[in-house]
Write a protein that binds this ligand. Structure first.
Ligand SMILES: *Cc1c(COP(=O)(O)O)cnc(C)c1O
Length: 391
């Protein structure tokens, strides 16, 4: 069966692009996992604050299940909007500093839902070239015209704005922390541009929620730009330790999404245990800023160590730290060698990154112990030297 699929898989294999699932047999303390019998320091997880295993989130999930059940029973507009959804969305709006907020089942669904709800054929979307795949899919689904601009290139964006036909709805979208480079959007400048050129600004704070800003709300909060951003999107699936996506903003925007976002309307509401975990995580994130401060400090130290060994960490300023290798094969070799030495780091290849920009990406977590991180750094540098990638 499926001979043509076998051919395509073989072609992927030949380009070192074939992917396979690997089983995590056990999740261990200190940000470690057991895979194929080997204990590895997990430098690939998005559980940036170490909340996925936090006993308080587990207890909150259990309590929510005991009180509300394990399923919400329906989509939100039918009869799945429980008191718990209402409460978590109120907490979320307060956390984000916006009038209102709406929760989707995943961040992917939030992006697809909000973009396709707001934009349609004849409208124009301006999107950073390194934006997340779910943003790209939302754009496709919307049917709007796409104007991609080179990563963080404000001059090109300005030019594209000037050349774009007037009188059409315009949406400027950017990740706030980019998932493959770990760098930041130039948010202040993007706000100026979107105001000058009459566009809405949407930011995806998937990697910034819980990590940046005095209250952990993200990059917009860190820069005092909450009110200047029209559409705040983010997830609970990374630093907040569980699952779910959100959009926060003006009451009218949220009311509109309730009526027009198809991934919200035609999908069952998030289940109570997840909501319980989200509620606990929102509280912890606001009450324990030391988690994100330690994380960012450890990341800065880690990045400096890599740079001192001659690695190119691109524009990373966050807990996401890439090491650029270039070609696919040596990138895979590097990741495989690290794995043999007890480190789980992901090799990112096209189409996730541009051709020729393959890299190994390290994500740090507050769950990691400092001594494990210093040992990991030594291992990475030694391995890099063995492979001729570091000095
Ligand atoms: C992970 C991610 C998403 C998708 O979020 P999920 O909750 O995992 O579906 C969206 N945008 C960005 C930038 C992401 O990194």
């Amino acid at each position: 069966m499926f001979p043509e699929l076998a051919q395509e898989l073989a072609a992927l294999e030949a380009q070192a692009l074939r992917r396979r699932l690997q089983v995590v047999e056990e999740v261990l303390p200190g940000g470690k996992v057991r895979v194929a019998g080997q204990v590895l320091l997990n430098l690939s997880s998005n559980d940036y604050l170490g909340l996925a295993q936090d006993p308080r989130l587990i207890a909150a999930a259990q309590a929510a299940a005991a009180r509300w059940g394990v399923g919400s029973g329906a989509s939100r507009l039918v009869v799945g909007h429980l008191g718990l959804h209402e409460a978590v969305e109120a907490d979320l709006a307060a956390f984000k500093g916006t009038e209102a907020a709406v929760i989707f089942s995943t961040g992917y669904m939030a992006n697809v839902g909000v973009i396709a709800a707001l934009m349609g054929p004849g409208d124009i979307i301006f999107s950073d070239r390194l934006n997340h795949a779910s943003i790209m899919d939302g754009i496709k689904l919307s049917g709007a015209a796409l104007q991609r601009f080179p990563h963080r290139d404000l001059n090109r964006l300005e030019k594209i704005f000037k050349q774009a036909p007037a009188g059409k709805r315009r949406l400027l979208i950017t990740d706030s922390v980019f998932s493959v480079d770990g760098d930041l959007a130039p948010l202040k400048e993007l706000v100026e541009l979107k105001e000058r050129h009459g566009a809405w600004l949407m930011i995806d704070e998937a990697h910034a929620t819980g990590v940046l800003g005095p209250g952990g709300a993200g990059l917009a909060q860190a820069l005092g730009l909450t009110g200047a951003v029209d559409i705040h999107m983010g997830t609970f699936s990374k630093a907040l330790g569980s699952l779910g996506g959100y959009v926060a903003g003006a009451r009218r925007l949220i009311d509109y999404l309730h009526n027009r976002a198809r991934s919200f309307i035609y999908s069952t509401a998030l289940p109570p245990p997840v909501l319980g975990a989200i509620q606990a995580a929102l509280q912890i994130v606001q009450e324990e800023p030391e988690r994100r401060l330690n994380l960012l400090e450890n990341a800065a130290k880690f990045r400096r160590g890599l740079q001192a060994a001659g690695f190119d960490t691109l524009g990373s300023e966050t807990q996401i730290i890439p090491v650029l290798v270039g070609k696919n094969e040596p990138t895979l070799k590097f990741a495989a060698a690290l794995r043999q030495r007890g480190l789980m780091a992901v090799a990112l290849r096209p189409p996730t990154v541009p051709p020729g920009k393959a890299r190994v990406r390290f994500s740090l977590s507050a769950a990691h112990r400092e001594e494990d991180l210093s040992r990991a750094l030594e291992t990475i540098v030694e391995t890099g030297r063995d492979l001729g990638l570091a000095r």
